[in-house]
Design a protein around this ligand. Structure first.
Ligand SMILES: [Ca+2]
Ligand SMILES: [Ca+2]
Length: 286
């Protein structure tokens, strides 16, 4: 569950992100950027034909086996169970405003300007390298399909975030620090969204960035309870009325709990939020 903001300069949460309840916000978010990003943002604006297993903006995740879930997290992270995945590619960063614009200009993605609020990254000068936010599951799915890919499954997202050594966070088991993720408040340099890739100290074992913080990320999967048995390449496509899962918390969340790589968050696929963004996955060309 999202937590209530503690600062008047941050958004006032009126509707919690419960299933079927739209998120509505008021008040403004500081558009000033307290300091420059700590690393050059990685653009996902172009997706040239793959010369290797993955597109240039993606990372190859080798097939492997890991233990999905956590015994010390929320009830829906249990039971911890063994998951085996085939090789796949996944974006190194969240999808940026610039990348999403290319899809809009191609006529394959929609904007949500009519519903947008002051926290939206779309249409704001200087935000091209911020993650596109205020997108619902259908928007995210449409973009990934346009690129020739798809949204990652929950299992693919979690494996890409934590590898197979059982770590708690993408960077390891060390506590969250302001140089590792953009979470609640501006101590980490950004009050709302940050340019993608601004926290290299928070990289996952595979080099993925912002797997904790910035925007929470839609996955392909509908929400299902975990089972105890080993599974291979689990996918839960669900239906239009199902609950979809987001991963990785966001700039609006206190980080200690929700930065964990096993944390799950479910909501209606039609919900919009300035906390919500995504990254894409695709099949590895082996
Ligand atoms: Ca922050
Ligand atoms: Ca993220």
């Amino acid at each position: 569950m999202p937590v209530l903001p503690r600062s008047p300069c941050l958004p006032v949460l009126i509707g919690l992100a419960l299933v079927g309840q739209p998120l509505v916000f008021q008040s403004g978010c500081a558009s000033s950027r307290p300091k420059e990003p700590k690393a050059e943002a990685v653009s996902a604006a172009t997706r040239p034909p793959a010369q290797s297993a993955c597109a240039l903006n993606q990372v190859l995740i080798p097939g492997g086996t890991f233990l999905m879930g956590a015994d010390d997290g929320d009830a829906d992270e249990r039971p911890v169970h063994q998951v085996t995945l085939l090789p796949y590619c996944i974006d190194k960063t969240e999808v940026t405003v610039a990348a999403y614009r290319a899809c809009v200009q191609a006529g394959e993605c929609r904007t949500r300007e009519d519903e947008c609020n002051q926290y939206c990254t779309w249409g704001r000068e200087g935000f091209d390298q911020h993650p596109i936010n205020f997108v619902d599951w259908y928007d995210a799915n449409a973009y990934c399909k346009w690129t020739g890919g798809r949204l990652p499954s929950e299992a693919e997202w979690e494996y890409a975030a934590r590898g197979n050594d059982g770590r708690r966070y993408p960077w390891g088991n060390q506590a969250l620090t302001p140089d590792r993720a953009n979470t609640f408040g501006d101590e980490d340099g950004w009050e709302c969204t940050a340019p993608v890739g601004s926290y290299p100290q928070g990289a996952s074992p595979f080099g993925l960035l912002d797997m904790a913080g910035n925007v929470a990320e839609w996955t392909a999967d509908s929400y299902e309870e975990y089972g105890p048995d080993p599974v291979t390449n689990p996918q839960h496509p669900g239906t239009d009325k199902s609950r979809r899962v987001l991963r990785g918390e966001s700039w609006s969340d206190y980080g200690r709990v929700r930065a964990r790589a096993a944390e799950r968050f479910r909501t209606s696929p039609g919900n919009l939020s300035s906390f919500f963004g995504f990254r894409c996955a695709s099949a590895a060309k082996m």
